[in-house]
Design a protein around this ligand. Structure first.
Ligand SMILES: [Zn+2]
Length: 225
C-alpha cells in the first residue's frame, strides 16, 4: 500500500518521461487529495458519498431579541458547513445543503433546550414547529443547549444534533463531531487530534472511522431509496 505523496511524485516522473496522457489521472489524484491524512490508499480513491443536510437557526417565535434566540446569522452557519465539508472530505463524505435558515420556536421550548431538555422540541416538530425541508442529517443552532458545546440527543444513529452559540472549540469542529456520532462514531480518548476526542479542536479521522462513517452514510442513502 503506497502513500498518496509517493504515488503523486511517481506520477509526476512518469508524466515527464512518457507523455501527456498521464496528466489526466494525475489531476484526478490531486482532486481527491485529502489535507489531513496521508494514509488513505491513493490507488483506490474513495467514491464521494453525498448526504443532504439541513441546518436550522432556532429563533424565539415571539421576540427574536430574547436571551434564548440564537445570535448566529445564516451566513455564519453556511460558513460552518463549508468547514464541516473540509473536515469530512477526509472520508470523501459531502454534506450537501438542502435548507439553511431560521425556524421559529416558542420561548418555553427554547428555554427547555437551554436546560438540555430536547423532548418538548422534538414533540413540537410534529405539531407546532415547522421544520422545512429536513435533510438526512439535521443540525439545530441554539443559544444554549444545557452546557455542552454540541449534542446528539438521540445518540449514535440518530439524525439530529444541536450546537450552542459560543462553544469552547471551533464551530466547524463541534458540528462535525456531532455528525460523526450520527455516522456511527463513538468517542475516543486516544489522541486530542481526533475528531471524536471530546472537547478539543481535533479534526482527524482514522481509516477505521472513515470506513464506519461511510458504511453508515451509505446505509442512510440506501434506506431512503
Ligand atoms: Zn461527542
Amino acid at each position: 500500500m503506497q502513500r498518496r505523496g509517493v504515488v503523486f511524485s511517481g506520477a509526476m516522473i512518469l508524466v515527464l518521461a512518457i507523455g501527456i496522457w498521464l496528466t489526466t489521472s494525475d489531476a484526478q489524484d490531486s482532486e481527491n487529495n485529502v489535507p489531513t491524512t496521508t494514509s488513505i490508499n491513493a490507488e483506490t480513491p474513495l467514491e464521494p458519498i453525498v448526504i443532504p443536510i439541513s441546518l436550522y437557526l432556532l429563533e424565539d417565535a415571539g421576540d427574536e431579541e430574547t436571551a434564548f434566540s440564537t445570535r448566529r446569522s445564516v451566513e455564519e452557519v453556511e460558513e460552518i458547513l463549508v468547514g464541516m465539508n473540509d473536515i469530512w472530505s477526509q472520508a470523501s463524505i459531502e454534506l450537501q445543503p438542502r435548507f439553511i435558515g431560521t425556524i421559529q420556536v416558542p420561548e418555553e421550548i427554547l428555554r427547555q433546550i437551554a436546560q438540555g431538555n430536547f423532548t418538548p422540541f422534538y414533540n413540537a416538530t410534529a405539531t407546532i414547529i415547522d421544520v422545512p425541508q429536513p435533510g438526512m442529517i439535521n443540525g439545530f443552532y441554539a443559544r444554549e443547549i444545557g452546557g455542552a458545546n454540541g449534542i446528539t440527543p438521540g445518540g449514535i444513529g440518530s439524525r439530529t444534533f444541536f450546537v450552542m452559540d459560543d462553544p469552547t472549540v471551533h464551530d466547524r469542529r463541534v458540528s462535525s463531531h456531532e455528525v460523526g456520532h450520527i455516522l456511527g462514531l463513538h468517542h475516543t480518548l486516544e489522541s486530542a487530534e481526533r475528531l471524536l476526542f471530546p472537547g478539543t479542536n481535533g479534526m482527524t479521522l482514522t481509516e477505521e472511522e472513515i470506513v464506519v462513517a461511510r458504511y453508515v452514510a451509505q446505509g442512510m442513502l440506501d434506506r431512503q431509496r
